[in-house]
Design a protein around this ligand. Structure first.
Ligand SMILES: Nc1nc2c(ncn2[C@@H]2O[C@H](COP(=O)(O)OP(=O)(O)OP(=O)(O)O)[C@@H](O)[C@H]2O)c(=O)[nH]1
Ligand SMILES: [Mg+2]
Length: 431
């Protein structure tokens, strides 16, 4: 493909089906309204390999219209243009149903949008705002609503809902592919390594899978929803203490959170992690005695509901993020590691199977508590109980939301996997 921009990568990775293509193999999406007959995308604009380009570098379709979107030659889904220029970094978020993945993703990205530019001099933007639309809706529901005195809730992520796309990948074979959220990161001029700004640009690709996708048997050749696990540079395992029998027992009476006080289905969360590690080992050809080198970040979600087990203190931002001067901050990695040891100790007491499964899989495990909401959700009045056992759906008051550390796991992953972007401070401050 042709481009008017500076740098083109040697191959382009599709964030939906993960096919790697040479830039010249990447297809364009016709812009003329009469070209709506793509064989793989029902009602989609025709995809084509261009022969004519405008001076601007945009391809021209067979009816003379200038085009702007590109698509994967295999699945025909749209690829954000940034993926042609900026190396992609995939991050995978996994966890059981209702462990808090969607709330965590929304809260962490909402925080990152401001923290990265204000504190780390890194710009962070949507690569394709239309493709990130669902996430915008989540963020607006929780953080930018005009009525913050009404209970709101994010929908449960469905196994085949609008975060997935059905594609007839070859005649008679339909695949269900996950939609990626893609972001562009670049160093800003005041970043200490800004002279290498071109080199240090990156795209980040993230997914919001339904928890059921991580259950044994859910991944098939035609529904490879979690194949990103083996491509990703860091894995985020969302462990929800409120779904764990011993944690629930230990903090009952010390929280009003209905997730602790009600009788809920408890998923064997170690099984979810084991299943993910089984898929990754099979995909990467990793032996049972070999450990993965990538960071495994065990995110202990809903800290607000179980903080009584560690003294009830709120997680302070300055325990994790330290100012270096001139408005530039670094991650206090020694402090994070020390805190990780404390939370590992708590897990070892109450959920040793999580520590054992995590550390048997990865050489590089860190335990980070977060609260995406910073408050407990409440039962939605007038809502019908659903599920088995039936329970009233929960909502949260936007005026009460006050996230704690939801940006920290992603900052740590960026620090570990993209050298030079986020530095580490040396000093440790005792907590
Ligand atoms: N107390 C507390 N509850 C939370 C927090 N984050 C999420 N929850 C609750 O956890 C429940 C499940 O959250 P989701 O983010 O929808 O869970 P999920 O992992 O995306 O679930 P699936 O989409 O089914 O896989 C919701 O009822 C939320 O109110 C938090 O920080 N604190
Ligand atoms: Mg979800």
């Amino acid at each position: 493909m042709n481009s008017s921009r500076n740098r083109i990568l040697s191959h382009v990775t599709c964030p939906h089906c993960w096919q790697k293509s040479k830039p010249c193999e990447v297809m364009w999406v016709s812009a003329h309204p009469d070209l709506r007959d793509d064989p793989k995308i029902p009602d989609g604009q025709r995809r084509f390999l261009p022969t004519h380009f405008e001076l601007s570098g945009q391809a021209v379709d067979s009816l003379g219209e200038e085009c702007s979107e590109i698509a994967c030659p295999r699945c025909h889904l749209v690829i954000p243009r940034d993926l042609v220029e900026l190396p992609p970094t995939f991050f995978s978020i996994l966890g059981s149903p209702s462990s808090g993945k969607s709330y965590y993703l929304s809260s962490s990205l909402w925080q990152l949008r401001t923290t990265l530019s204000s504190d780390f001099a890194i710009s962070f933007e949507d690569s394709d705002p239309a493709a990130n639309q669902k996430l915008h809706e989540y963020e607006e529901t929780l953080f930018a609503t005009s009525r913050d005195d009404r209970l709101v809730a994010l929908p449960k992520t469905e196994l085949d809902g609008d975060l997935y796309e059905q594609v007839e990948i070859e005649p008679g074979r339909t695949m269900l592919l996950p939609r990626a959220f893609v972001f562009r990161m670049r160093l800003m001029p005041r970043h200490p390594k800004a002279d290498r700004v071109q080199k240090n640009g990156r795209t980040i690709c993230l997914y919001d899978n339904a928890g059921e996708h991580f259950l044994p048997g859910a991944q098939t050749a035609n529904s490879p929803g979690t194949r990103h696990l083996s491509l990703s540079k860091a894995l985020f395992f969302i462990f929800d203490p409120t779904q764990h029998t011993k944690f629930r027992k230990a903090c009952r009476g010390n929280t009003v959170d209905p997730q602790v006080s009600q009788d809920l289905v408890s998923f064997r969360q170690d099984h979810i992690l084991s299943e993910a590690t089984r898929r990754i080992r099979a995909e990467l050809g990793l032996g049972q005695d070999q450990r993965d080198k990538r960071p495994l970040i065990v995110v202990l979600s809903k800290y607000d509901a179980w903080s009584s087990l560690v003294g009830g203190r709120a997680l302070q931002r300055d325990w994790a993020i330290k100012e270096l001067g001139h408005g530039i901050h670094a991650l206090n990695v020694p402090q994070l590691k020390a805190l990780s040891e404390k939370f590992r100790g708590l897990l070892n007491n109450l959920a040793p199977e999580i520590v054992a499964t995590s550390e048997a899989f990865s050489e590089d495990v860190i335990y980070i508590p977060v609260s995406a909401l910073g408050c407990s959700p409440r039962e939605l009045p007038d809502a019908e109980p659903t599920g088995d056992p039936p329970r009233v759906p929960l909502g949260v008051l936007p005026s009460e939301i006050n996230p704690m550390w939801s940006e920290v796991p992603l900052l740590y992953a960026i620090h570990k996997t993209m050298p030079g972007m986020i530095g580490s401070s040396r000093a440790r401050k005792s907590v």
